[in-house]
Design a protein around this ligand. Structure first.
Ligand SMILES: Nc1ncnc2c1ncn2[C@@H]1O[C@H](COP(=O)(O)OP(=O)(O)OP(=O)(O)O)[C@@H](O)[C@H]1O
Ligand SMILES: [Mg+2]
Length: 227
């Protein structure tokens, strides 16, 4: 029996209206699979449509043509959309909530009591080395620490599929290396399938098992390499 893919894009096209009444062609005939537990990196030049591709994968935007499926289901069918976690290109931490309260938010729609939510969120922040900063507000944290909070928030829900949009690109090289190690540990523990968008070929090679290279816009896939 073949395993069901975590995510499948099948001949996906996406355009946006441009300001002159025309259409901006962004994605063109994008087809790929992410197998269950597989880590796939998406590399491509700025503006080619990588974030657009993740928005579609997260069900936040629909393809104009083509289709996608998640664990074998079309968007809106089946319960597996709850198993998806999206780490946006900006960190989207709520500035008025502490690190702990930001991580707890990810668990808000789970059938868990307050004490259990607090316990899991605390553990997740301890796991990323922020035990001493549970009650700090985002603006009291460094960029690297905020990045740790977002990683804790992503993994605390134990997603089956994690979509990450350039999660480490704004970090200095030492902090980035520490975050890579943490990511690899958490990924290994949870077995989540991951799509990670990056500009950095070295990062893609380090973190993923397969690299998808996209062309300039309108983007298609120019190469897929297994590592
Ligand atoms: N909602 C939208 N409406 C109109 N145009 C959009 C919209 N979202 C994205 N675009 C356009 O689609 C193109 C691709 O954008 P996208 O954000 O997917 O690129 P990207 O590959 O993620 O770039 P970067 O590496 O800089 O983050 C850009 O030209 C952008 O202006
Ligand atoms: Mg982007």
């Amino acid at each position: 029996m073949t395993a069901v893919a975590a995510l499948q894009f099948h001949s996906v096209f996406k355009n946006f209206p441009d300001r002159r009444g025309g259409r901006l062609e962004v994605l063109q005939n994008i087809t790929f699979d992410v197998l269950d537990r597989e880590v796939v990196a998406v590399l491509g030049p700025s503006g080619c449509g990588k974030s657009t591709l993740l928005h579609i994968a997260a069900g936040l935007s629909a393809p104009d043509r083509g289709s996608i499926s998640l664990f074998g289901n079309a968007p809106g069918n089946g319960n597996d959309w709850h198993a998806v976690r999206y780490m946006f290109q900006d960190d989207r931490l709520l500035p008025w909530r502490s690190a702990l309260a930001n991580v707890e938010l990810a668990l808000e729609r789970r059938p868990l009591g307050h004490a259990e939510r607090r316990k899991r969120a605390t553990n997740a922040l301890e796991r990323v080395g922020l035990a001493g900063f549970l009650h700090a507000l985002p603006n009291e944290l460094s960029g690297g620490m905020r990045s740790r909070v977002t990683l804790a928030r992503s993994f605390v829900t134990q997603p089956r599929l994690l979509l990450m949009d350039e999660p480490f690109s704004r970090l200095d090289s030492d902090t980035r290396a520490a975050m890579h190690a943490l990511f690899l540990e958490l990924r290994e523990e949870t077995g989540a399938a991951v799509v990670i968008v990056t500009h950095d070929a070295g990062e893609a090679a380090k973190l993923s098992g397969k690299i998808i290279r996209m062309s300039r816009r309108p983007a298609n896939i120019i190469a897929t390499s297994a590592l």
